[in-house]
Design a binder for this molecule. Structure first.
Ligand SMILES: NC(=O)c1ccc[n+]([C@@H]2O[C@H](COP(=O)([O-])OP(=O)(O)OC[C@H]3O[C@@H](n4cnc5c(N)ncnc54)[C@H](OP(=O)(O)O)[C@@H]3O)[C@@H](O)[C@H]2O)c1
Length: 210
């Protein structure tokens, strides 16, 4: 199993890289600052570059083939565009390079039809302070769904830095989720162990702790 990760220096990204390597998988990480990558492992390749640069993303995708390509990036709370811009570059690069990898994106619970799965409090956050990142995720999800590429969308509730729970989490397409938080480590665990799961093809799952 070989994944390309954009956002590998982030909190979810680092967990994904660590757990994927521990599971014997290969990871190629496209990062802006290679000095931030603290893991050394024979299965890890680090490429330097900015995900907002289309040519850089194309080079990283062309360095495949990959089984999965994961966009695990985050940006600011104001005028956020990072998810959509990088997603558009990845989609274009996957088409250009005829990649058959599964495209995974880290969206957020409350995006699209998952608004029915979250609490009143989460809906209020979406409508106010988190309006910009949610708008970015809405546009990102629309681009992924219309890309014609194989994809899985992960929509976690509030992310924490707690360790892996040992499977005490849920990922579901419909229905309220039980909690308002989930460890980033559990989100990474789910992705590492379902990277090419055919049951998740073209699905969007909302994740929370149980
Ligand atoms: N916080 C929550 O409770 C919550 C809940 C649900 C969903 N989410 C979503 O989760 C995502 C954030 O996840 P996180 O907290 O694990 O991330 P994070 O720790 O904030 O890290 C963000 C990552 O994105 C990378 N990045 C940003 N711009 C980039 C660019 N132009 N090119 C390449 N890499 C770039 C950063 O790289 P550098 O190290 O170079 O900066 C870093 O690796 C967001 O999309 C957010 O909306 C968050």
């Amino acid at each position: 199993m070989h994944s390309l990760v954009i956002g590998a220096t982030g909190r979810t990204g680092q967990e994904f890289v660590k757990q994927a390597l521990a599971a014997g998988q290969r990871v190629t990480a496209l990062v802006r600052s290679p000095e931030k990558v603290t893991i050394t492992d024979a299965g890890l390749t680090v490429l330097q570059g900015n995900g907002r640069n289309a040519a850089t993303v194309n080079q990283a995708v062309a360095a495949g083939p990959y089984d999965a390509i994961l966009i695990l990036v985050g940006g600011g709370l104001v005028r956020s565009t990072v998810n959509q811009v990088i997603t558009q570059h990845v989609i274009a690069a996957m088409k250009k390079n005829k990649s058959t990898a599964r495209l995974w994106i880290l969206s957020a619970a409350g995006t699209g039809n998952s608004v029915d799965q979250v609490s009143f409090f989460a809906k209020a956050l979406k409508a106010t302070v988190l309006r910009a990142p949610f708008g970015d995720h809405e546009r990102q999800e629309t681009d992924v769904r219309s890309s014609g590429l194989p994809y899985t969308i992960v929509r976690p509730v509030g992310l924490t830095e707690d360790p892996v729970s040992g499977g005490k989490y849920i990922a579901k397409e419909e229905g309220k989720v039980p909690k308002n938080t989930i460890p980033r480590a559990d989100v990474a665990h789910y992705m590492v162990h379902h990277l090419t799961d055919p049951g998740l093809e073209a699905k969007a799952v909302t994740m929370s702790s149980t």
